[in-house]
Design a protein around this ligand. Structure first.
Ligand code: FAD
Length: 384
């Protein structure tokens, strides 16, 4: 098969790029190593479609603004998949961030495209799902959105297919050989479908991004990254009031407690990961950390034996000396060469901003692709 754009990986970024490429009229093929989509980080996220309030602390205003714009688009284009949800931030006598700081952050968030906020009256506190009220100074409520990340990925892939993209599962890319005009790609698996050649290749392999680059000839440059795992626990209980945005007493990190499929989802952690991405699993220390946060803030205490399910995903973060929590969450688009790029790799990124990232990828590659007839605009395209 000859295509214009070949995408590796059926996570949210691969799905988004396939959709954006097909919408722009390009002949598009996506290859995924597993039998189903979203088998990597895109089913193990915190499932938030959000601006990222906490990124204001590290002055990532452009990222927050972009994510808030994309959140609004998703609420409009996929109302069956993305739901606006109240978030609560309790401020206690001992929490590091004071009420005035939260108020300032939420005001800025509203200015950047958030939906406003309120401080709850003391009379509302007993209704907050068993949140402890001793030493509680204030509770703020604002709005962000929640989704099912794997379902969102499947919907974007379905949209890409409707626009003409082809998707092949169980096709692990093992070798990419590029000459001056095109790259030929060899797959291992059930559905290799013969010879594949492409004008450009988009490496959306998530935590496997550098493993894919290691298989290119000539060898494409890669960026130095850390894989940082984040674990979530599914615990018994129901939340009637929405989400809780808590400050971990151990280290001041943000931990979310959210409603999830008739249970409660609790996450996340940050632990450096050095193994094979296929083998990422929650650690006992992460389970203890998360339960400690939950038990600190909620009246109902839980033990590890009561955990219903647990999963972990991998963030791709640029390697720096900073702790993972403080590193940039910007998406990096990295090309094998500036003139006439053939391999573009996506590093990092957010579920929320997948569409904006995908459109940037296509804009960056468009000068080197044949001209085609645009079919749709992803800004307004409804997801199936
Ligand atoms: C713990 C955690 C919590 C997060 N929470 C949020 C959140 O609440 N909100 C938010 O906006 N973002 C969040 N994120 C970020 C977001 O989830 C990720 O940025 C996003 O899911 C990454 O998607 P991806 O498509 O790049 O990678 P992945 O979803 O990992 O997809 C990569 C795909 O490539 C495939 N692949 C790899 N190698 C090959 C090969 N050789 N051949 C074929 N296929 C291959 C893999 O099988 C996989 O399906 C979170 C991330 C983590 C880790």
């Amino acid at each position: 098969m000859d295509c214009d754009v070949l995408v590796i990986g059926a996570g949210i970024h691969g799905a988004g790029v396939a959709q954006a490429a097909a919408a722009a009229g390009y002949r598009t093929l996506l290859l995924e190593q597993y039998a189903q989509p979203a088998a990597g980080s895109s089913s193990r996220s915190s499932k938030l479609v959000h601006g990222g309030l906490r990124y204001l602390e590290s002055a990532q205003f452009r990222l927050v603004r972009e994510c808030l714009v994309e959140r609004e688009r998703l609420l409009h284009n996929a109302p069956h998949l993305v739901t606006l949800t109240p978030f609560h931030i309790p401020v206690y006598r001992h929490t590091r961030r004071r009420a005035w700081q939260i108020r300032l952050g939420l005001s800025l968030y509203a200015l950047l495209g958030g939906k406003g906020f309120q401080q709850l009256p003391v009379s509302a506190w007993p209704g907050l799902d068993g949140l402890r009220t001793d030493n509680l100074d204030a509770v703020f409520r604002y709005y962000d959105a929640q989704t099912d990340d794997a379902q969102l990925t499947r919907a974007v892939l379905a949209s890409a297919t409707m626009l003409g993209a082809e998707i092949r599962y169980q096709c692990r890319v093992e070798r990419v050989v590029c000459d001056t005009d095109q790259c030929s790609v060899a797959c291992q698996g059930n559905d290799t479908g013969g010879e594949i050649s492409t004008r450009v290749l988009v490496n959306a392999a998530g935590p496997w991004v550098n493993r894919v680059l290691e298989r290119t000839e000539p060898l494409a440059r890669s960026l130095e990254i850390d894989l940082v795992q984040g674990a979530h626990l599914v615990i018994p209980g129901r939340l009637s009031q929405g989400m809780y945005y808590l400050e971990a007493p151990q280290d001041g990190r943000a931990v979310f407690v959210m409603p999830w499929k008739d249970h409660i989802l609790l996450g996340t952690t940050e632990s450096l990961f050095t193994g094979n991405p296929e083998e990422v699993r929650p650690l006992d220390s992460e389970t203890s950390y998360l339960l400690e946060v939950y038990n600190h803030y909620f009246a109902q205490t839980l033990a590890a034996a009561q955990v219903i399910d647990a999963f972990a995903g991998l963030r791709v973060l640029p390697r720096t000396d900073h702790a993972a929590f403080h590193r940039s969450r910007d998406t990096l688009l990295h090309v094998d060469r500036d003139h006439c790029p053939q391999v573009l790799s996506i590093y990092g990124g957010k579920l929320t901003s997948y569409r904006a990232t995908a459109e940037k990828v296509i804009r960056q590659l468009a000068p080197w692709l044949p001209s085609r007839q645009r079919q749709a605009d992803t800004r307004t395209l409804r997801l199936p």
